[in-house]
Design a protein around this ligand. Structure first.
Ligand code: GLU
Length: 428
């Protein structure tokens, strides 16, 4: 029986914007998977999107060397790191963001929260979008506008959808978050698409946050940013979590065009009153990561080989099983939809995305996340899988050449099994 709070307990009134909010879905599925594993269940951890690869050795070494750094660093970040990030954007994407226009933080997630807090406007995101953009807006009390998407556009933002929304109220301030390669689909935009979206954003003076956290994992070819077409209105975010395998180190950064200095300074002011500055040893190590070198190029070439082979494997198995799934161009996600199985699944009592993932986990041990946590309707039979549950160090070391089926079977056997279990289960 639940005990009443003693009369002396403090009044607790939850902020209305936080009432009913649970833990973030990505972190919740990770913890649940860990509990199930600890209890002896066989679990394929395709829930949390965490890089399978180790942090590159030179970056770990830099961290070791700076472990004794203990002073608070400048709020906006270590000058050498801000230089290195500016250089990284120049080198990898041909973009000119000045070092003093870069703001470093404990993960881009925190910086995005600050951005939404400091910028006053509606949040515009496509359905599906990463799990935390909308809750952050909700916590702060911003309006969330979901952009409708279509399978034939790989569930991405189109200039037409953005135009349709902006036309309703042309002068309204808006923040569009464009994430590519995207979470949860792995899909990126090509230059003509980016140019067309940029033209609409400029026409309606929409602020764009280009969430490029997966840029370094781009499977083929170079990553092109929307900032190329809309430099004055684009803030770029990136960090160590994905391409550098260091999610748990919590280091991210945002780069602002000179026109948006007021926004950067507003965010820095709030940063100074909240997280103060980012961990000193991690910032020193991040200088090495963002400066890069042949060792990083080699690491990225190998990681991309493994990731694209896995994406192709899942894509093939799922498509053969009747799922619809846009081909990924980077990152480590796929977002299959099982509309073709709706009747068959309904006979098993499964008619929503959450039921699909729950039963899949119960029956097969494959942990995924339903499309609904990414803003899809409950009844959407979609899910996100993150193909990251394997020994990344061994796979990386072996990826001298393009991985074939035998390579995947040897170095990523759990992923091969998970793909087949999912495909067999959905076709029962
Ligand atoms: N971005 C990762 C994901 O979508 C994990 C980190 C997080 O959500 O905070 O799974």
């Amino acid at each position: 029986m639940q005990q009443d709070a003693p009369a002396s307990a403090p009044h607790v009134h939850l902020n209305l914007n936080v009432r009913g909010l649970g833990p973030s879905a990505t972190l919740a599925i990770n913890e649940r998977s860990a509990e199930l594993s600890a209890a002896g269940r066989e679990v394929f951890r395709l829930g949390l999107g965490q890089s399978p690869f180790p942090v590159p050795a030179p970056v770990v070494e830099a961290l070791r060397q700076h472990a004794a750094e203990k002073d608070y660093l400048p709020v906006k970040g270590l000058p050498a790191l801000r230089e290195a990030i500016s250089g990284y954007l120049e080198r990898t994407e041909g973009l000119h963001y000045r070092a003093d226009h870069v703001l470093v933080g404990p993960g881009t997630k925190e910086l995005m929260f600050l951005l939404q807090l400091v910028y006053y406007g509606d949040l515009v995101i496509p359905t599906p979008s990463w799990v935390s953009y909308a809750p952050q807006a909700h916590i702060i009390g911003r309006h969330i506008r979901w952009l409708p998407t279509r399978p034939e556009d790989a569930l991405g933002v189109t200039p037409e959808a953005l135009e349709g929304l902006c036309r309703e109220d042309p002068e309204r301030p808006r923040l569009l978050i464009l994430n590519y390669p995207g979470n949860p689909t792995g899909v990126a935009y090509d230059p003509p698409q980016l140019e067309a979206i940029a033209a609409v954003a400029r026409r309606y003076r929409v602020l764009v946050l280009a969430d490029e956290i997966y840029s370094g994992t781009r499977f083929h070819g170079e990553h092109v940013s929307i900032a190329r077409y809309y430099p004055e209105g684009t803030i770029i975010s990136n960090g160590l979590s994905k391409w550098c395998g260091a999610g748990g180190w919590r280091l991210g950064a945002v780069a602002f065009p000179s026109q948006l200095g007021w926004l950067r300074d507003g965010m820095a002011a709030v940063a100074s009153e909240t997280f103060t500055s980012t961990s000193a040893p991690i910032q020193h190590a991040a200088v090495t990561a963002f400066r890069g070198g042949d060792w990083l190029d080699d690491y990225l070439v190998r990681s991309r080989r493994v990731l694209r082979a896995l994406a192709a494997h899942f894509q093939g198995v799922l498509t053969d099983a009747g799922a619809t799934c846009a081909p990924a161009q980077g990152g480590f996600y796929l977002f299959p939809r099982f509309e073709a199985h709706r009747e068959r699944l309904a006979r098993r009592g499964i008619d929503t995305g959450p039921a699909l993932c729950e039963r899949l986990l119960e029956d097969t041990g494959v942990a995924t996340l339903p499309g609904s946590v990414f803003g899809r309707p409950q009844e959407d039979l979609s899910l996100r899988l993150a193909y990251v549950d394997f020994d990344g160090a061994a796979a990386l070391a072996a990826a001298d050449v393009e991985p074939d089926a035998a390579f995947l079977q040897r170095y990523c056997p759990t992923m091969v099994t998970a793909a087949h279990r999912l495909a067999d289960w959905v076709q029962v």
